[in-house]
Design a protein around this ligand. Structure first.
Ligand SMILES: [Zn+2]
Length: 351
């Protein structure tokens, strides 16, 4: 009993507010130095040419591509789809993209430090790094948990699994692009309106579909812990995540405790991630007698670039439908959505 309680404490979500990392300095600067360059405002205005944008993970790239649709913006993603973004080290060739970028949009919340460092070392004068998540989420709302423990200094960074937060990302992107590339400000503004309407539709649909799963069944046991902010928004409970912060395998004791917990809490299914195949979670599902679904994906968009579902919204819809149907709910509200981009996505997504 004590062991189990300890484990629940270990894997439960801890809402804490003390972090020493300071990011997102709002003081604007156009000189390209490493402090002033981290800001979503300020920086040099682009005139008489296309704005050059670099981004990190594919969901962020797609959000930016929606806001910059129907402009001549050049958008280069840096993190190849299907790789572990949490441990991603940019190749030396990324420096070339970063040294010509006017603005670099990253998730922040300590997800992409090697890429951020490379950006700060290579940005041209007047270029900036905009940390979306770090800007919109006060430290008092950062979530720490089993995979992202407070002592590790890295909060759970997956804000893009929460649609209302993505609306805030989109607003920030539109504001930053309008300031830096005022010639296209009207287009950024109308794209923001259209994109936000799509996000609202997703938000309504996921609420409707979630409510078809009774509250006691809205429980998530995942391998990769990408749904903390989703769960908080839609009244789900993250019972546990099994992937340690080191990205190594959990200990036999942790596995045994989670099997016990899955049984005792009546969890109906456990969810693995396509990017992180997990024999351990499969074993937990088998031994606890519940189904194991291994297809969730937190930052690898569906299909290929150019496909209608190769969008942030397509990815989120896929995950929500997978979870809700596995738990016996009705996901038809989600299935009825149009998850395509507001216009052609011309960003480059490395594969
Ligand atoms: Zn992740």
């Amino acid at each position: 009993m004590t062991q189990k309680t300890n484990f629940i404490l270990a894997i439960g979500l801890l809402f804490t507010s003390s972090m020493l990392v300071s990011c997102g300095d709002d003081s604007s600067s156009a000189d390209g130095d490493s402090d002033g360059a981290v800001s979503c405002s300020g920086g040099a205005v682009v005139d008489g040419r296309s704005i050059r944008i670099a981004t990190t993970v594919a969901p962020i790239t797609n959000i930016v591509a929606n806001i910059a649709a129907d402009t001549d913006a050049v958008i280069e993603g840096l993190v190849p789809e299907g790789t572990n973004s949490h441990t991603f080290e940019p190749p030396p060739s990324a420096a070339e993209t970063l040294e010509t970028a006017d603005i670099v949009f990253i998730n922040g919340l300590v997800l992409e430090e090697p890429t951020k460092d490379l950006a700060l070392a290579n940005l041209a004068a007047g270029a900036t790094v905009c940390e979306l998540g770090t800007q919109i989420l006060p430290e008092s709302e950062w979530i720490f948990d089993f995979s992202f423990p407070e002592e590790g200094g890295k909060p759970n960074p997956h804000l893009w699994t929460n649609p209302p937060m993505v609306k805030e990302y989109a607003q920030l992107v539109a504001d930053a692009l309008s300031e830096r590339d005022p010639a296209n400000a009207d287009t950024y503004s109308s794209n923001l309106e259209r994109f936000s309407a799509k996000v609202d539709a997703l938000d309504v649909a996921v609420r409707t579909a979630s409510e078809t799963v009774d509250t006691e069944s809205r429980k998530l046991v995942t391998y990769h812990d990408a749904y903390a902010y989703f769960a908080k928004e839609y009244d789900w409970t993250v019972v546990g995540a099994i992937q340690p912060s080191s990205f190594e395998e959990p200990t036999p004791k942790e596995i045994a405790d989670l099997i016990l917990q899955v049984k005792e809490e009546g969890v109906k299914a456990v969810f693995g991630s396509e990017v992180f195949p997990s024999p351990v979670l499969e074993q937990i599902g088998k031994e606890a007698g519940v189904s194991y679904i291994d297809v969730l994906r937190d930052d690898d968009l569906l299909g290929e670039p150019g496909d209608a579902e190769h969008t942030w919204m397509g990815l989120m819809r896929f995950n929500y439908v997978t979870m809700i149907e596995a738990l016996g709910g009705d996901a038809s509200a989600l299935k009825a959505l149009d998850v395509s981009d507001v216009s052609t996505d011309r960003a480059n997504y490395p594969q």
